[in-house]
Structure formats: structure tokens, C-alpha cells
Design a binder for this molecule. Structure first.
Ligand SMILES: [Mn+2]
Length: 173
């Protein structure tokens, strides 16, 4: 978990920083079952966040859903990258997307193939990929949303079902 300024570091480790009013909190977690892993991220806010973070949540969600919808076996990694990245480019936010858009999972939490603008790799059917775009603002905070998807040739199947359609804003006490 990383909150506030620390949530502006894409993969911040848990620390002793206290959550402050308006912080976004990035919750990156997973489970293992018979040796296989899952990897999911949700972002919540504690107190009403900076409008940039609020707006970013819905832009990241748009990018993430576009990726989940689009991925197919035979699609090139760089083609998927550009679909996920398109909303960020449209809104002039691409510079705030500072890590890869996803990776495969299986027995390991980070496996090849990766989603990359430079990768010619074509996804194989029955690969499980994470789709995890994010936006990060130094000194302010960040947003990331991640789900796991089973790649198929026709339709694909999002495996993680946790709600994400609205930014959950918890009261700050
Ligand atoms: Mn991941």
C-alpha cells in the first residue's frame, strides 16, 4: 500500500507514513492458488483528493477498460500498448504514465510477455495478462487500476471482479 506522495511512486513499498486527508491509496495485492498467482490493484481516496487525481482515476479506468476489451491472441504487444496509452496521449497525460501497462502472470508474479511500446511479441491464446495503467504526479499522488485477463482469440475473460467504476472516497477522520 502506498498513500499520498508515496502513491506517486509507481510501485511504492508499504511504509509508516500516515494517511493524510485527500490522499489516494494504491492497494496492490494478490492471492496464490496451487502455486498460481493473481495480481490486482485498486486505488481509493481518503478524503476528497486533488481534482487531478480524481480526474486521473476516470482516465486510468478508461485506458484500463480499453486494454481489457481489446486484447486478443495474435495481437502485438505494442499494438495493445498504444490502445491503452491512447486516452493518456489524448489528454496530454502520457508523461505521467511511468511504468509498463502490464505483464503476464502464472507461477511467478511478473512473467514475460510484457506490454511494451517496443515489443513485437504476439500474445498467445490462454496467456494470462495483467492490464495496469496508472498516472503519477510527483509530490501529489497517483492512481493505478489492475486486473487479470485470460487471452482468447475471439472474446477474452477478465478474471478479477472487484468493483472499480467509481473512485471510492472514504471519509477522513
Ligand atoms: Mn502487476
Amino acid at each position: 500500500m502506498a498513500s499520498g506522495i508515496r502513491s506517486s511512486y509507481p510501485h511504492g513499498e508499504a511504509s509508516h507514513k500516515e494517511i493524510e486527508r485527500g490522499d489516494t491509496v494504491i492497494l496492490d495485492f494478490g492471492a496464490t492458488y496451487e502455486g498460481y498467482v493473481s495480481d490486482i490493484t485498486r486505488t481509493i481516496a481518503v478524503g476528497q483528493p486533488d481534482s487531478r487525481l480524481d480526474d486521473s482515476y476516470y482516465l486510468v479506468l478508461e485506458a484500463q477498460k480499453a486494454g481489457l476489451r481489446a486484447i486478443r491472441s495474435g495481437m502485438k504487444s505494442k499494438e495493445l500498448d498504444s490502445i491503452i496509452r491512447a486516452p493518456f496521449i489524448r489528454e496530454g497525460m502520457n508523461a505521467h504514465f511511468t511504468h509498463g501497462a502490464g505483464h503476464s502472470i502464472g507461477l511467478d508474479i511478473h512473467e514475460a510477455p510484457y506490454i511494451s511500446s517496443r515489443s513485437e511479441h504476439k500474445f498467445a491464446e490462454h496467456t494470462i495478462m495483467t492490464i495496469e495503467p496508472g498516472l503519477y504526479f510527483q509530490g501529489v499522488g497517483g492512481v493505478r487500476i489492475e486486473d487479470d485477463v485470460l487471452v482468447k482469440s475471439e472474446d477474452n475473460c477478465t478474471l478479477s471482479k472487484s468493483p472499480k467504476s467509481d473512485l471510492l472516497v472514504l471519509p477522513f477522520y
